[in-house]
Design a protein around this ligand. Sequence first.
Ligand code: CDP
Length: 223
Amino acid sequence: MADPRAVPVIAIDGPSASGKGTIAQRVAASLGFHYLDSGAIYRVAALAARRAGADLRDGEAVANLARRLPLAFAGERVFLAGDDVTDEIRSEAMSAAASVVAALPPVREALLERQRAFRESPGLVADGRDMASVVFPDAVLKVFLTASAEVRAERRYKQLMGKGLSVSLAAILQDLRTRDDRDTRRAVAPLRALTPEAVLDSEGRTIEEVVAIVLDRYRRALQ
Ligand code: CDP
């Protein structure tokens, strides 16, 4: 097998609202690496299934759509068949739908190569649930970013309020717990830290501090 350091991958996994996206993007920018938001791919797959009127629990039907998903990223925007779906895929309804289709093994299989194709020189920072365990098992650095459900719910609450959406903190907490539960209990690629050393608790730390820790771990991993 080729040297994993030739095109190094930093895998950042963790539960919803753990800050994976923000941290991964900043780490990528700081190293000049590419960035993969694997959750966005599951979200677009769920949206495509919904638009096609497919049953979200029908693994084969959703996998068929996922295999030929007309998906494109352009900077921060995400497109489905040429349609800008960036905001639509972030709705709470699509978050729940993504977590449902992501539990189907044929769907995960159908999206595997598409995710691996993001690995391009000079390197990749990939964020998701199974970046370290399944998609990039040879990642040079594996980070499991977490924080308590309460802290994560509070962050998501502030984010949504900032967008002018009226939401209840209790409902967000409940929704996070449901998704955590589904993501951790599913049979394929469940959400979990591979090793205790991978865990990085973001509670009580600023974004800058967490980014600095990831970059420091990466430098050590390269030694
Ligand atoms: O931003 P948030 O963490 O809430 O969600 P996301 O990373 O966009 O992922 C949306 C959903 O896709 C999650 O609830 C997971 O069920 C699923 N997912 C997954 O199963 N595997 C991944 N690598 C990424 C996301």
